[in-house]
Each structure stands twice: as C-alpha cells, then as structure tokens.
Design a binder for this molecule. Structure first.
Ligand code: HAM
Length: 430
C-alpha cells in the first residue's frame, strides 16, 4: 500500500479527469459504493474457488458480522443496483466509478495491495453492440493517454451450460496429464479447471496446448452473440485478437470477455491494463430480476506507469512578495483579490529577502512576482515582475489584479492536459 505524494498526485488527477470526461461523453453517471461490504457478497459474486476469494481478501469480523475490504467494484455496484431497484426506474443503466480496491497479493511493479481502479458497468443491455462500444471507448481512452502498443483480446465464455460442458471436456483431457501439471493446477483440476488455461506455468501451458477449445462448445445463441460483437468491432475499425484461452480470474463472466494489454516495455508482458466482460447472471444471483450486464476495470497505477503522464509542474501562477513587515497585510489583501480572480498564488509571510522569495517563485513555477515594498505602498503601485519575459512594470494598485489575471490567462496552457482548466471568475472587487 503506497503513499502518493503531491508530486505524483497531479498525474493521478490528469488520468482521473480524462476518465471522467470520457465517461460523460458516453452517458455514464458516477456511482460511489462503500469500501466495505459483507464478505458473502464477494464470495457469491466472484466465486468461492478464485484467487481473490481464496487468498486475497482483507476480511475481518466486526460485532459478529463478516466484512471485507472491496477487492473490486462490480459486486458492490450490482448489489447497489439490486438494493435500490434501479431496473424499475431505467431500462439501461450506465455507471462509472473510481477508487481504491484491496487485494493481498504479492506486491511488484504495477501490482499493489491497495490499488485504484477506474471502472464502469452497463446494466440492462444484452446486445453485443454495447460490448463493442465499451471496447472501442477504452481503446480511445488509452489512446488519449498516449499508451503505446495497445492490444485488445476478446473471447466468449458462453453461458453456464456451455461452461459446464466445456469444463467436463477439459477435465477429461487434463486428468491423464495431471502428473505433468503444476501443484496449483493439480488442485484447480478438481475445483476450477478453467483457470488452468491462463496459468503462466510452462508445465500447464504444455498440458493445455492441444486441449479442446471453448469455442467448439458455444451454443448457437452464444456463437451469434460473439459473431455480432466481432462484426461491430470490425465496423468500428477497432483491431482485436480472439484469444480462445482467455478466461480471467473472476467466476461471474458469461459470454463476452476482454482484456487490453500494452506498454509491455514498462509493465512487462503479464500486466493487463484493464479487463472486463459480461456477467448476465450476477444481478439475478444477488436477488434481483434477470438483468444482463457488462463492465470493465482498469488499474490506475498501471495506466500511470504505461502513459508517462506527468502533471504540469507549476503549483501557483504568481507569488506576492512583501518586503518588510508593513507590507505583509497589504500582500494578503492583494493575494485574496488575485485568488478571487482565479489566479493561484502564494504569499511569503515570513519576512524573507526578495532574493529568497524569487527563488521560491521559481520553485513553485510562478510566472509572475508581485513585489510590495515601502515605496510601492506609499505610491499605491505594485511592481509586477514577469518571470518568463524577464520584464518589470510598475502597475497602479487598482489595476494590478486585472493586469495579472489577463497575463496569466494569455499564457500557454499546461501542456497536454486533456482537460481544460476551470474558467476564471471575474473579481467582484475590480
Ligand atoms: P480485474 O481483472 O480483477 O477485473 O481487475 C481489473 C484491472 O485492475 C486489472 O487489469 C489491473 O489493471 C487492475 N488490478 C487488479 N489487481 C491489481 C493490483 N493488485 N494492483 C494494481 N492493479 C490491479 C475486475 O476487477 C473486474 N471488476 C472488472 C469488471 C468490471 N468486470 C466487469 N465489470
């Protein structure tokens, strides 16, 4: 679990803002669910025999209630959807969320015990069109973050009957080879054999190489759904690869499954940027009516590593530099007016020398220094030093805020920020 220090927070915020913008362009609304839910919710939704439920949940008992820090966002979103009978108000619901998730995994680059996810869920749309829209939206979002080498992998798991039949065939194929499997997969053979398909262990990969393919087991409706998804992606011009071995680590998926990988050099080949899929049975399994659903989640830390996003380095636009004790309160008044006009500024109230205040202006990335000494106070003027143009003017006090606000507004925008800065407010005092 990591601290995110102020130097890094800017990068996080840029990704969060870009995500919120993408979501609103696609008609999603933000939902915020609790970080703690009953343990039974995750066991039921994610599946008893999954890495998350078996090994990775932070669970505890409180006054006899079994609780868990959420390892992911889908179960909580579906619980909220059912609990508030949202289906009765809207035929289709599009929700997004972001926030911390908790999994007790072995930490490594891009894998943490508290990590942040950007996610979204669509309830009430069964068609493969919205699956394609979601995948295409995500490719666009990763493009906006300038993440290199983005690749989309899709698969279809079919419905529960398909999976049951496939599971049987896979067990039949693997049982005679069980001695060659890793210890973990030997155990999985009895509990969750599908997970052996995406094991990273060489021995398992060899054993599943000529195993039957899930696609051979899809029924007619599942196959049509998958074909239509592929046709929609083709029509959108979104490249993808069908990966028949893609199963993913959560048990709730039905039909469409996808993963997006990229930035291999920075993240390593195993790291997925985001993953998602359809879970058409979760809402009814949690006690709701039969409502189909699809969603995804991306690891924010991984996006950050992959995208090299850095925040604009300037913390303030201006500093107000009082020289001598008498100027300090005048400087506070001036700074207050500047802030009301939307100019971010810092005032040094320690009685520092001009040299030290200008050094601080530089460290904070200020474009302008407003100097207020005894002579400026008595002349009712302010010395406005443009730190970029290296010029200096004496500006009448009553024109200072307007002049500085205009100069800051005319300056170059923070480079590459996907979201425009908030518009500057008029200063009522001007
Ligand atoms: P997931 O594949 O478990 O899916 O996680 C989604 C993404 O979260 C991963 O691709 C990865 O980027 C990030 N992630 C997962 N674990 C960690 C970790 N320990 N450290 C850093 N990042 C991590 C889900 O969570 C599903 N709820 C996605 C979904 C939504 N499916 C349908 N709707």
């Amino acid at each position: 679990m990591n601290d995110v220090l102020p130097d890094e927070v800017g990068g996080w915020q840029r990704i969060e803002r870009a995500y919120a913008r993408t979501m609103s362009l696609h008609g999603f609304r933000e939902v915020r669910t609790p970080y703690v839910e009953p343990t039974a919710l995750f066991v039921r939704a994610i599946g008893e025999v999954t890495d998350i439920v078996e090994k990775e949940m932070y669970s505890f008992e409180h006054h006899g209630e079994a609780l868990t820090l959420r390892p992911e966002g889908t179960a909580g979103a579906a619980r909220a959807y059912v609990e508030h009978a949202v289906h009765a108000r809207e035929p289709v619901t599009r929700w997004w969320y972001m926030g911390p998730m908790f999994r007790a995994e072995r930490p490594q680059r891009g894998r943490y015990r508290q990590f942040s996810q950007l996610g979204a869920e669509i309830f009430g749309d069964e068609g493969p069109g919205c699956d394609a829209e979601m995948i295409d939206m995500l490719v666009g979002f990763l493009g906006e973050l300038a993440i290199p080498g983005v690749e989309v992998f899709v698969n279809s798991l079919g419905g529960p009957d398909t999976r049951a039949r496939y599971r049987e065939a896979l067990v039949q194929h693997l049982t005679p080879r069980s001695a060659e499997l890793s210890a973990e997969s030997q155990r999985r053979l009895a509990t969750n054999p599908l997970r052996i398909l995406d094991s990273k262990d060489e021995r398992d990969a060899a054993a599943v190489r000529d195993a039957p393919e899930l696609h051979e087991f899809l029924d007619e409706a599942d196959r049509r759904h998958f074909d239509r998804l592929r046709a929609a992606l083709d029509a959108l011009g979104t490249p993808y690869t069908v990966d028949a071995r893609l199963v993913r680590g959560l048990d709730y998926y039905t039909r469409t499954l996808f993963e997006i990988r990229g930035a291999y050099e920075k993240l390593g080949a195993g790291s997925t940027l985001l993953g998602g899929g359809r879970y058409d049975r979760m809402v009814s399994d949690l006690g709701g009516t039969q409502v189909p659903a699809i969603g995804f989640a991306a690891g924010l830390e991984r996006l950050l590593i992959a995208s090299d996003v850095t925040a604009a380095s300037n913390t303030v636009d201006a500093i107000v530099a009082p020289l001598g004790d008498a100027a300090i309160s005048a400087a506070l008044v001036l700074a207050r007016e500047l802030r009301r006009s939307g100019v971010r500024c810092d005032v040094d109230t320690r009685g520092s020398s001009l040299k030290s205040q200008l050094r601080r202006a530089n460290a904070l990335g200020a474009k302008v220094a407003l100097i207020l000494g005894e002579s400026e106070l008595s002349g009712n003027v302010v010395q406005v030093k443009d730190l970029e143009a290296r010029s200096q003017d004496l500006v009448p006090r009553d024109q200072t805020v307007r002049t500085v606000a205009a100069r800051i507004a005319a300056g170059p925008p923070a480079s590459g920020d996907p979201v425009a800065p908030p518009s500057r407010r008029e200063d009522p005092a001007q």
